[in-house]
Design a protein around this ligand. Sequence first.
Ligand code: ZN
Ligand code: ZN
Ligand code: ZN
Length: 256
Amino acid sequence: MQVKVIFLGTGTSQGIPVIGCKCATCTSEDLRDKRFRTSCLVIIDDVYILIDTSPDLRMQMLVNKIPRIDAIIFTHEHNDHTAGLDDVRPYNFMQKSHIPAFGEARIISDIERRFSYIFDHDPYPGAPRINLYEINEDDPFYIKNVEIVPIRVIHGSLPILGFRFGDFAYLTDVKTLPQQSMEKLGGVQHLVLNALRYEEHYSHINVNEAIDIAQALDAKKTYFTHMSHKVPKHEIFGTQLPEGIFPAYDGLVLEI
Ligand SMILES: [Zn+2]
Ligand SMILES: [Zn+2]
Ligand SMILES: [Zn+2]
């Protein structure tokens, strides 16, 4: 299985820079400190799978020159993970087809409510064309021939999903991972995990909690995402993390 991962966005819900902020991270000129809202493209055996539709989707697709989207999978319904759904329209036009999108029942209802114009019985001609499919935490599902294993993640009090693709797993907006999920992640070699900042947060793990999870899972390499401007500048942050753990940045590509 050939896995290629493109980090489309590695910032928390406000992105970096934060509007109006003059902190060292927000004013950094290092392009790795400019972070779109969290999203990722996983390409497996030439199947293009988009994880979440961030509010920055249009720019993410332009900057990274993404030629197609075969499917979308949603971790959860928060605005920073769904607001860009309308911008998949050019792919509908290019691919001349609906795009399948997968999420838990609660996420599907939320998407249908937020984007009701897409799912009207007679949508206007320019509306995005999306087919929604329900998934659940217990059953692996397939996109073409790619098997995806949902992993239960607890985000504050909200149960959401992460995803495992062979040796690679993508988890964002984690606050706690149930024991059963830790077991489902056993043997993962490459891991993406959120790490908001050093201070604690009620619905996101902080940097030290993320390090603990990464070390417990013992992946060969772990990449942090969903970072706030309260993490140090990329260049400095990287030196503060243990061996095998790295801050991701927008545009980073992993070939696994
Ligand atoms: Zn700032
Ligand atoms: Zn969230
Ligand atoms: Zn989020």
